[in-house]
Design a protein around this ligand. Structure first.
Ligand code: URA
Length: 240
């Protein structure tokens, strides 16, 4: 479900503010009835009309993108930095990222113009797994890695059980590569989890999102999800 004004804006009819004005002026109908409140939410199956004209829905599109480091995970940036949508100049739909990766984090991020799909995947209840590969400073002790798995007390709460695996250790350099799989999305969660056990993250990449991987892509490249993958993601999220 999405707010009516957002749906109207996404269909390209008007800006969100203008859409709000149109709703208040009684120019918008949902399933044949005038709606004058701003709080109303609608789903894909609701029929929305603006000034008597049915909304032409944008064709939904779904992309898997290998975000390079040093790119912002949003549609625009007030400091003028490059954002993930700058990599899709040929796409006329208004796509945006599903969730975020930090500026310094590289890896797998989905982009779509399907708000319901995006909300579904991001809802914490739906517990989509994300696997991160971190290069950390320090050679981790087994009990510290266990702490990551059990849950770490962060300032905004304890992290849920996770899976962690040391992939390699460079004793000379005093660094290690660790895989961490979580299903939450607290802000800078992976970096804060490692920080909490005393091993700051030097480099971070999201390697996997549910069953999707970066296979076949270089940083800065993307591909469309197949219809089957979109269905599978929906199914996975809905079954949790
Ligand atoms: N955890 C982080 O610390 N950063 C990200 O970008 C994603 C997860």
């Amino acid at each position: 479900m999405e707010r009516l004004q957002k749906v109207i804006a996404h269909a390209g009819v008007a800006s969100r503010r203008k859409a709000e004005e149109m709703i208040l002026e009684g120019k918008v109908k949902v399933n044949g009835k005038v709606v004058k409140e701003l709080g109303v939410k609608v789903s894909n199956s609701d029929k929305v009309e603006v000034e008597g004209i049915p909304l032409e829905k944008e064709e939904p599109v779904y992309f898997l993108f290998y975000k390079p480091r040093g790119i912002i995970s949003s549609v625009t940036d007030d400091k003028g930095r490059k954002t993930v949508t700058d990599y899709f100049p040929q796409i006329k739909q208004r796509i945006y990222p599903v969730g975020r990766l930090d500026y310094d984090t590289s890896g797998l991020i989905l982009l779509t113009n399907d708000g319901e799909f995006s909300n579904l995947l991001m809802h914490p209840r739906n517990e989509i797994e994300k696997e991160y590969i971190a290069k950390i400073k320090g050679v981790p002790l087994r009990e510290k890695i266990k702490m990551l798995e059990k849950g770490i007390q962060l300032e905004d709460g304890k992290t849920a059980p996770a899976r962690a695996k040391v992939i390699s250790v460079d004793k000379k350099k005093g660094t290690a590569i660790v895989s961490l799989t979580i299903h939450e999305g607290k802000n800078r969660q992976v970096r804060r989890m490692f920080e909490a056990i005393g091993y700051p993250v030097m480099k971070l990449r999201r390697e996997r999102y549910a069953f999707l991987t970066l296979q076949g892509l270089n940083a800065g490249e993307s591909r469309e999800l197949t219809a089957h993958e979109v269905k599978q993601l929906r199914f996975l999220a809905e079954s949790n």
